[in-house]
Design a protein around this ligand. Structure first.
Ligand code: FMN
Length: 179
């Protein structure tokens, strides 16, 4: 796999976590710090995170709204993080930034890479009842719940998925092939 940084080469999103693993508050702070240092358009930093550690009331409240497809593995994770994007200017329907969701994605990517370097694994997901989470967290109208991330120690039984080739990800326009 070429000369990739090991943390990029080895990161993957398990569908299974070690239910005996616990995440400490310090580790959560480090993960949030990784997200905080992500780049963003105009340095707008249009992201926010709600973190719940397993075996807490906050966790139980979130876990109630997992979809059937995510519940089996997300409920084994050590932490559930709700990833929010600042999409509108408060009390208006004006776009806050053209890149809000793009920037949130970068911040979450930073967090997942940091997690991997700490021996943790993340699976981002959309399989939850978004309206219920918005209501639960009293998310204001100018913010959007985009995804959640399950974080923990990967289960030894989880299997890594396939990946398209680099060639499939590179576009060569017809106009350029004639040159
Ligand atoms: C925005 C986003 C939404 C996702 N939603 C789900 C989901 O609802 N359920 C799920 O099992 N995985 C979900 N995933 C995980 C992807 O399926 C996974 O990252 C992809 O298969 C690539 O695998 P890898 O991360 O192991 O490289 C999501 C990932 C992203 C980035």
């Amino acid at each position: 796999m070429l000369e990739l940084l090991p943390v990029l080469r080895d990161r993957w999103s398990p569908r299974g976590f070690d239910p005996a693993h616990r995440l400490g508050r310090h580790d959560v702070d480090v993960l949030l710090e990784a997200a905080r240092w992500a780049p963003s358009a105009g340095n707008s930093q249009p992201w926010a995170f709600h973190v719940a550690l397993r075996e807490t009331p906050e966790w139980d409240a979130l876990a109630e709204h997992l979809a059937g497809s995510s519940r089996p593995w997300a409920s084994q994770a050590s932490a559930l993080v709700v990833n929010l994007s600042h999409v509108h200017v408060e009390d208006t329907d004006w776009e806050y930034s053209e890149f809000s969701i793009y920037d949130l994605g970068q911040a979450v990517a930073h967090m997942t890479i940091q997690a991997h370097s700490m021996g943790l694994a993340c699976r981002q997901f959309r399989a939850f009842d978004k309206d219920a989470i918005v209501q639960l967290l009293e998310v204001p109208q100018h913010w959007d719940v985009v995804t959640m991330t399950a974080i923990g120690r990967a289960s030894s039984k989880a299997v890594r998925g396939p990946r398209a080739s680099q060639r499939d990800a590179v576009i060569t326009w017809d106009c350029c092939t004639d040159r």
